[in-house]
Design a protein around this ligand. Structure first.
Ligand code: COA
Length: 194
């Protein structure tokens, strides 16, 4: 069984990879469209990675340079290939490629339930909270007694907060959702690679 983890070779392969990831991750979502990754493939081909086993696509990570960091987008492994180290091997490849193009930081938003995987890849968790209310910054902040606020914003009708939580704090996440029913929360993971 030969496994290869390598950069996507061109637009046709990107289309196949995107079609592979679509049912796993319910793509497209947000900026993660095929058009967006076709543009990224032209700019930073090293950051679009496919895993192939015996000629069949079994995993992918699509990433892009956004401002001062690498934004890791779709991360997917075929259901029958999970738990064999393919996801973490692809992440190591992205990390290596990001270093080679002079990047210092990887950032990603995790789907519920995948946090342990990213912790295992060496990422640090941060809890992101956003509420569709223009002036709730103070109220959002007041619910957190424990963690450092590393970023906040009140703009365009939204109040947003990012907390550095050294561990995954599901209780605090649930508490935000209970006290601010309209808010959404997500773990944003960061890895400094230098
Ligand atoms: C998450 C995903 C990419 C992990 O890929 P994988 O190839 O199975 O991961 P690995 O085999 O490299 O696992 C590495 C470690 O993470 C753990 N892990 C993997 N997936 C996990 C999950 N969903 N929840 C908790 N832990 C997980 C493994 O147990 C392993 O731990 P170990 O080193 O202690 O044995 C894969 O499960 C997947 O495609 N899931 C569906 C799509 C998805 O949720 N993608 C992430 C979007 S944010």
């Amino acid at each position: 069984m030969s496994l290869s983890i390598r950069a996507i070779s061109g637009l046709d392969e990107l289309k196949d990879v995107y079609a592979f990831a679509t049912p796993i991750l319910a793509l497209p979502s947000g900026i993660h469209t095929l058009e967006y990754y076709a543009e990224q493939l032209a700019k930073t081909p090293q950051l679009s990675v496919v895993a192939e086993q015996d000629g069949r696509i079994c995993g992918c990570i699509l990433a892009s340079v956004e401002g001062d960091h690498v934004l890791v987008g779709p991360v997917a492994v075929a259901a029958d290939s999970r738990g064999k180290g393919i996801g973490s091997a692809m992440m190591r490849e992205i990390e290596q490629q990001a270093k080679e193009i002079g990047q210092d930081t990887l950032v990603l938003g995790a789907l519920e339930g995948t946090e342990t995987f990213y912790l295992g890849c060496g990422f640090q968790p941060n809890l992101f909270i956003q509420a569709p209310e223009p002036d709730s910054g103070e109220r959002l902040r007041s619910l957190n007694q424990r963690y450092e606020v590393i970023w906040e914003s009140q703009q365009d009708g939204w109040s947003k907060l990012l907390l550095r939580t050294p561990v995954i704090d599901k209780d605090l996440q649930r508490e935000y959702q209970r006290r601010f029913p309209a808010c959404s929360t997500q773990y944003v993971f960061v890895k400094h690679i230098r």
